[in-house]
Write a protein that binds this ligand. Structure first.
Ligand SMILES: NC(=O)C1=CN([C@@H]2O[C@H](COP(=O)(O)OP(=O)(O)OC[C@H]3O[C@@H](n4cnc5c(N)ncnc54)[C@H](O)[C@@H]3O)[C@@H](O)[C@H]2O)C=CC1
Ligand SMILES: O=C(O)C(=O)Cc1ccc(O)cc1
Length: 288
């Protein structure tokens, strides 16, 4: 019988619990979250089997999944070095950044505790355990950053998440943080900036933002995500995000110059390139 302890039972942690409950592994799931509403709801639904606190229950777990904000994951990695754990336990996380996490996890690895970095590339702007879904990760990419885990431990973790039919991708922490800053972190900054700028510019306009059509809404959906989680991500991947914002601003200036100069060819190519790439993304999604 496998016992999985999940700390942080929000959107991602509770979705992991839901998926694992559907797997052939049928693990016992211990859940840790300071939010009583979340804990009681998931217990009542049978999505977790017991409410616990991480440090008190850690010694019972075969797998520990850290699924709070990145700042919390980093604190917990340090705390886990102070308690007794099963000799064969696998500690893993779901945080959106990996360099700081892997650096802190070295402290666990020094104590012969296996750690594997993880990051599901699926989710939403919603938050909390009630928003979790058993199909949230279906066919998504799940990054793995190898730490000190054994192949058997990786296989056991993958077996627990088998119902989601994930695409497992191994990556270094550095490559991961560069890539996700491009495809996830910077887009979040831009979406929030679009909303804030429009709100500021239109604050004296009687119709204003209420006239926004689907384009504005779909381009800014992720601006509705949790500010605590995104502050932790920005602080934990600040260098890559800042570098890419510099590139982004330079490219924005280029298209601004083309618009000012009425350079129709350049403007057309700008949109044509984006359309081709964006359509390819949808086609790849359909074939997965
Ligand atoms: N939201 C998304 O789409 C995705 C988020 N992630 C990562 O997953 C992690 C969790 O994100 P979400 O589930 O979206 O956030 P969430 O806000 O839905 O859930 C976070 C949960 O952690 C709990 N928590 C806070 N402090 C805690 C502590 N000290 N001990 C135990 N639990 C604590 C909160 O009460 C909450 O239930 C973050 O590290 C995030 O970067 C990864 C992939 C996608
Ligand atoms: O809301 C969305 O579509 C997202 O892009 C969710 C998301 C948020 C954070 C991640 O680290 C990965 C995925």
């Amino acid at each position: 019988m496998t016992t999985v302890l999940i700390s942080g039972l929000g959107l991602i942690g509770s979705s992991i619990a839901r998926i694992m409950k559907k797997s052939d592994v049928q693990p016992t799931i211990l859940g840790d979250d300071p939010n009583d509403d979340t804990g009681q709801f998931l217990l009542g639904q049978g999505i977790i089997d017991e409410r616990v606190t991480l440090l008190k229950a850690a010694s019972r777990a075969d797998i520990i999944v850290l699924a709070g904000p990145v700042s919390v994951i980093i604190k917990q990695l340090a705390q886990l070095t102070t308690v007794e754990l099963k000799q064969n336990v696998l500690v893993t996380d779901v945080g959106s950044t990996k360099m700081q996490v892997m650096a802190t996890a070295k402290r666990l690895q020094k104590r012969q505790i296996a750690f594997m970095g993880g990051h599901p590339m699926a989710g939403s702007h919603k938050t909390g355990g009630r928003a979790g879904r058993e199909d949230l990760f279906d066919h998504a990419t799940y990054f793995i950053v190898d730490g000190s885990q054994t192949p058997a431990q990786t296989a056991q973790f993958k077996a627990c998440l088998k119902p989601a039919q994930l695409r497992w991708v191994n990556v270094s922490a550095e490559a991961h943080d560069g890539l996700v800053s491009e495809i996830s972190h910077v887009p979040h900054v831009l979406a929030a900036n679009l909303v804030n700028t429009a709100d500021h510019q239109l604050k004296h306009d009687a119709v204003g933002l209420s006239a926004a059509a689907g384009g504005f809404k779909s381009a800014t959906r992720i601006a509705g995500a949790d500010p605590t989680m995104w502050t932790a991500i920005m602080l934990s991947n600040s260098e890559a995000i800042s570098d890419q914002l510099t590139t982004y601003m330079a490219q924005l200036k280029e298209i601004q110059s083309a618009i000012e100069a009425h350079d129709a060819d350049k403007i057309y190519q700008f949109f044509e390139h984006a359309k081709t790439v964006r359509e390819r993304l949808d086609q790849e999604g359909e074939t997965q």
